[in-house]
Design a protein around this ligand. Sequence first.
Ligand SMILES: Cc1cc2nc3c(=O)[nH]c(=O)nc-3n(C[C@H](O)[C@H](O)[C@H](O)COP(=O)(O)OP(=O)(O)OC[C@H]3O[C@@H](n4cnc5c(N)ncnc54)[C@H](O)[C@@H]3O)c2cc1C
Length: 310
Amino acid sequence: MFTRYPLSVHYHRVLLQNPTRNYATRVEPTFLNWKNIALGGGIFTVLLYTYLGTLQRKTISPEEFVPLTITQISPVNHNTSVFRLKFPTSFEEPLPTVSCFHIKDDLIQIMREYTPVSPSNEKHHIDFLIKRYDHGHMSRYIHSKKEGETLEVRGPFVSFPYTTNMKTHVGMICGGTGITPMYQIIDHICRNSVDKTKIYLIYANVAKQDILLFQELEQLSREHPDQLHIYYTLEKLPEGESWTQGIGYVTKEMVKNNIPGPQQDVLLLVCGPDEMVKHVSGEKARDLSQGPIGGLLGNIGYTQDQVFKF
Ligand SMILES: Cc1cc2nc3c(=O)[nH]c(=O)nc-3n(C[C@H](O)[C@H](O)[C@H](O)COP(=O)(O)OP(=O)(O)OC[C@H]3O[C@@H](n4cnc5c(N)ncnc54)[C@H](O)[C@@H]3O)c2cc1C
């Protein structure tokens, strides 16, 4: 004899006897199965990872300092090295010309400006050519860093808004690391076949081994002989080598012989140590505005709208 049970009781008994078995008639819970739990967990992990990733890999911007890893330090002479810093995420927009960045040292709360020398369309890293001064806070701090460590950087900022063919002639007078903004413009013009600007660079240094970006400048002047004219002047002449270019500080004659005069469609850019800027073009004002044109350029007759001091 079979005991007769109501259907629900029968189903319950079967379940108790075969707890793992599935039945076609059984209603499946739609969310709480292992497949969905695993899928949900996977999505959650991906979202969490992405969120944490964006926290750690902030894009470089002028608004805030971001730690950038130093991937390579390449010495170029006894006191100057190129520091290659990796962008946290690829940087798609080309950098403006001329751009500069701020680097800070949190410990003593200081910040200085630096001009990249890598091509403006480089997406993955940025190169800074940085000279170490024996009594310089920031430059010593940066030079104390090792590959794999980070520097706090923000930018880019536009230090001079160069535009294609803005002048027929651009004269540049610089000393030491003052070459970095000039190099950005030179590189920009030489890469752009539409830009027909002629460049006249006077580059002053103590000794020949102090000439920064020498190979790069020489190569560009070989490739663009009609567009780029370079004149070097040195305080100390190279030993055992003939030197046919300038000797000593920049003079009025050097400027007159190597850069088009004030009557032309010309722009003069000046960058270097304060003393040099004062000697060449008159110093910048205390509030860092341009100040009146003086020095050699004032003496030759260049006007305020023809000269820019970095
Ligand atoms: C727009 C802009 C772009 C710049 N780009 C670069 C760049 O690409 N590469 C780079 O190396 N620097 C560049 N500089 C200079 C840089 O910002 C710092 O001024 C430099 O690194 C010195 O900082 P410091 O803190 O080490 O020296 P500080 O502590 O400010 O100065 C201490 C001492 O260092 C010496 N010193 C500092 N600067 C000079 C100098 N120019 N000439 C001679 N002696 C000096 C002096 O003895 C001074 O008394 C740029 C500056 C500006 C405004």
